[in-house]
Design a protein around this ligand. Structure first.
Ligand code: WAQ
Ligand code: MG
Length: 242
C-alpha cells in the first residue's frame, strides 16, 4: 500500500437576507488520478442544484494516508414500500420502537428543526439533549466514500452516498440509529439505519417538492462519551464496500 489518497469535501451555499443557506455538500476519498475529475463534478453539482443556485462553493482537498483509512462492509439494505408520507412516518416510529427507543413521536418532532442545517443533529435519546457543539450547523460525518473505483457520474447517487454515510455513522458504539430525509425537493425516499436493523429505505417520507429534510443521529451513552463520538463522526477516515 502506501499510496496517497485525497479527501475532497464540497459545500455550497447562498446568502439570503444576510443568512448563509446550505444548498449541498459531499465527501469523497479518491486516488490522485481521479482527483481533477471529482472536483469538476462536485463543482457542477454545487452550482446546478434543485435547491437553487449557489453563490458560494468551497472545495477542500487534503492528502490523507491510506493507512489511516479503515474499510467496512456496508450495512445490509432492505426496502419498505409505502404509499404516502404519513405511512412512511409511521414506519419510522415502528423502527424506532423496535430499536428500543420508546419516545419516537417526540424524536420525530425534532426533524422539523433540521432543515436549515449543514450537518446532523446529535440527539441523546434518553435525556433529549442535543449534543452538537454548534446547533445551527450540526455535526457533519466526513472523510468517507465507497471503496473501489467509485461512481464518477456528476449527478448525485443519493442511495450510495447515504449508505456510505449511514454505515460509518452506525458503526460507532454510542449511535443506536439514524433518521434521514433528503432536503432535495425532488427526492422523497429516506431511511432509518442502525447496526441491528441495517439500512431500511422508506420510499416516501415527504411530499414531492418539499425542501425540508435533515438527519438525526441517535445517541445513547454517558455524557462523557459524546466527544469521542463527534470526533469519530468528523474525523475517522473510512471506505465502505458496497
Ligand atoms: N453529515 C451529517 N449530516 C449531513 C451530511 C453529513 N455528511 N450530509 C447531509 N447531512 C444532513 C444535512 O442536514 C442535509 O440537509 C440533510 O442531511 C439531507 O442531506 O436509500 O440526499 O444530502 O434512496 O440531501 C437518502 C437516500 C438521501 C435514501 C439523503 O440527503 C435512499 C440525502 P442530503
Ligand atoms: Mg440535499
Amino acid at each position: 500500500m502506501g499510496i496517497d489518497l485525497y479527501s475532497v469535501k464540497m459545500r455550497a451555499s447562498r446568502k439570503e437576507n444576510g443568512e448563509e443557506r446550505h444548498i449541498s455538500g459531499a465527501e469523497k476519498i479518491v486516488e490522485q488520478d481521479r482527483l481533477q475529475g471529482i472536483c469538476a463534478r462536485l463543482l457542477e453539482r454545487a452550482i446546478h442544484h434543485s435547491k437553487g443556485e449557489a453563490d458560494f462553493v468551497n472545495i477542500k482537498v487534503e492528502r490523507i494516508k491510506a493507512g489511516d483509512v479503515i474499510l467496512r462492509d456496508a450495512l445490509p439494505v432492505t426496502v419498505c414500500e409505502v404509499e404516502t408520507a404519513e405511512e412512511g412516518q409511521r414506519k419510522l416510529r415502528d423502527l424506532l420502537e423496535q430499536s428500543g427507543i420508546h419516545n419516537g413521536e417526540e424524536i420525530l418532532q425534532y426533524m422539523k428543526g433540521t432543515w436549515e442545517m449543514r450537518g446532523a443533529m446529535l440527539l441523546d435519546v434518553d435525556t433529549m439533549q442535543r449534543l452538537e457543539p454548534d446547533r445551527k450547523r450540526g455535526v457533519r460525518a466526513t472523510y468517507m466514500d465507497m471503496a473501489g473505483k467509485g461512481d464518477d457520474r456528476s449527478h448525485k447517487n443519493h442511495f450510495q452516498e447515504a449508505l456510505v454515510l449511514a454505515t460509518k455513522v452506525a458503526s460507532h458504539k454510542n449511535i443506536i440509529g439514524e433518521i434521514c430525509i433528503s432536503d432535495d425537493p425532488d427526492y422523497v425516499t429516506g431511511y432509518f439505519a442502525s447496526k441491528e436493523m441495517g439500512y431500511v429505505r422508506i420510499t416516501r417520507l415527504k411530499e414531492l417538492g418539499c425542501p425540508d429534510g435533515g438527519r438525526i443521529f441517535l445517541f445513547r451513552g454517558e455524557a462523557g462519551e459524546a466527544d469521542d463520538c463527534i470526533r469519530y463522526l468528523e474525523h475517522q477516515k473510512m471506505l465502505v464496500r458496497i
